[in-house]
Design a protein. Structure first.
Length: 253
């Protein structure tokens, strides 16, 4: 276990994105904030309607949870990952001057999951220093609708928070699937994210993330994996970021 600990804290993975995107993303965000501000008087009723939809959505979810929670937890004896903590240190790489860091942690408890990710993009400008942007992506509530030995399928809802510009917060949906080999040593993941501004109809970010994992070690409750894949992000329906992804994942169960 001791040789793994330095590796755990040393994990820094880089990614390179497309062409001079950071300032353009910030510009699109500022334009969206201005549109929201100028149209606030007209969008008040729509915002209230959206809030009502969110309340109804969560109410229906909790009703569903009450009917299925015990059945999901009952599988934990045979499918241990149903109650677990997962951490990911991932990035992507494309030949240019961009770096992306994606530390992430997810807690699973039967039907429930909650997932917090930091998305940090840095652009290296030759002779001009660096520019960067970041978001906090919190999937407040995810539902593990499929929890078999070989497949996990979940849907979730939460927020995307931009730490730059007007510091806007948006509603974000996710859908994901993970496919496990019979010996649980290989995993294939597919995740889709969609953040939307319901006041301006803007799409701050759309993301597709595909990866495979191979188990590196198991020590007690600790399970370590190497990850490889690809990620594609599109900001404000016009600015694309993509790359080949590498990283490490750790699971405790």
């Amino acid at each position: 276990m001791r040789p793994i600990i330095p590796t755990f804290f040393f994990c820094v993975f880089i990614s390179f994105a497309g062409l001079s995107q950071v300032n353009e993303i910030k510009s699109k965000s500022s334009s969206n904030a201005s549109s929201k501000s100028s149209g606030s008087s007209d969008s008040g009723s729509g915002s209230s309607a959206c809030s009502g939809c969110s309340v109804n959505f969560y109410f229906e979810l909790f009703k569903f949870v009450g009917a299925t929670k015990a059945a999901k937890l009952g599988k934990a004896d045979s499918i241990h990952r149903i109650v677990s903590v997962e951490t990911f240190f991932q990035g992507a790489i494309q030949p240019s001057s961009y770096y992306l860091f994606n530390p992430r942690i997810r807690g699973n408890w039967g039907l429930f999951s909650t997932d917090l990710r930091f998305n940090y993009l840095i652009e290296q400008n030759v002779g001009n220093g660096t520019s960067d942007l970041s978001t906090w992506d919190w999937q407040v509530l995810q539902l593990n609708l499929i929890t078999s030995r070989n497949v996990t399928g979940r849907v979730g809802a939460g927020t995307l928070f931009e730490t730059f510009g007007a510091k806007q917060t948006f509603f974000e949906w996710t859908t994901s699937f993970s496919f496990y080999s019979n010996d649980q040593k290989f995993i294939a993941n597919a995740e889709y994210r969609l953040a939307r501004d319901y006041n301006t109809s803007a799409v701050p970010r759309r993301e597709i993330n595909l990866s495979v994992e191979k188990m590196l070690f198991q020590s007690g409750a600790w399970h370590g994996y190497a990850t490889l894949g690809g990620v594609y992000q599109r900001y404000y329906q016009s600015v694309s970021v993509w790359g080949l992804q590498v990283g490490l994942a750790f699971r405790i169960f």
